[in-house]
Design a protein around this ligand. Structure first.
Ligand SMILES: Cc1cc2nc3c(=O)[nH]c(=O)nc-3n(C[C@H](O)[C@H](O)[C@H](O)COP(=O)(O)O)c2cc1C
Length: 212
């Protein structure tokens, strides 16, 4: 079995974390870096990650997250927040950055920029947010996998009130809307009903088909 698959079998949506254990900063950095390296549509990276360690802030978040204890029992809480809309500024910033970093411009690339500028900013903001949120999920998945790779426990979560989380973190003022959260920590020795249960997935023949 490959090392990654082994780790993906090891990981589970941790229900009870040990509040006395803290995830080292270098591991947290790599878990966030995996999200930064995620592929995104047109490379726009339309989301950000907020790392919340402050206990009081996490206690407030727990209240609007179905009171899920992992939010405060973990040591770090990652919040994945997507752009609330695609604007010309945001699109241009990414295309300009690519030109700066690569040191050249290219007609095909500039035509592609114009195509996006002619379509995305004119669309409904909600449609654009939902597209951006789908990209945030890709980063979220990468962080879930990297956490497992690091031997760090994590609970992927949608079980919270996004509007209230946006308010707590002041996200709307920054043009962001929360999408998912990911508490990081270490599983508790006792009190986790899921830890010893078999991981259940649909059988492969119901999941994958081949067109050869
Ligand atoms: C987008 C998303 C949202 C989820 N929300 C929650 C949540 O709010 N609370 C929770 O305990 N688990 C949550 N889960 C965990 C899933 O229930 C879990 O991943 C699934 O049952 C498979 O189990 P496993 O991750 O332990 O293999 C979420 C998972 C995903 C991917």
């Amino acid at each position: 079995m490959s090392a990654l698959i082994e780790k993906l079998n090891w990981r589970y949506a941790t229900k009870k974390m040990d509040p006395t254990k803290s995830v080292p900063e270098d591991k947290v950095e790599r878990i966030v870096e995996a999200a930064r390296l995620a592929p995104t549509s047109s490379g726009l990276q339309p989301f950000e990650v907020i790392v919340v360690t402050n206990k009081d802030v996490r206690a407030k978040i727990q209240e609007i997250a179905w009171n899920q204890a992992q939010v405060t029992d973990g040591s770090h809480l990652l919040v994945f927040a997507a752009w609330d809309n695609y604007t010309a500024d945001r699109i241009n910033r990414m295309f300009d950055l690519v030109n700066e970093e690569r040191g050249f411009t290219n007609e095909g690339w500039e035509n592609y920029r114009q195509m996006l500028l002619n379509s995305y900013p004119g669309r409904d903001a909600q449609v654009n947010f939902e597209h951006a949120a789908r990209q945030a999920y890709i980063g979220f998945g990468m962080s879930v996998a990297q956490a497992a790779f690091e031997g760090v426990d994590a609970t992927p979560m949608e079980g919270f009130d996004p509007a209230k989380l946006d308010e707590i973190l002041g996200l709307r003022e920054k043009g962001l809307r929360s999408v998912t959260i990911l508490p990081l920590g270490y599983r508790a020795d006792e009190g986790d009903w899921l830890v010893n249960l078999k991981k259940v997935r649909r059988p492969k023949d119901e999941f994958v088909s081949v067109v050869a």
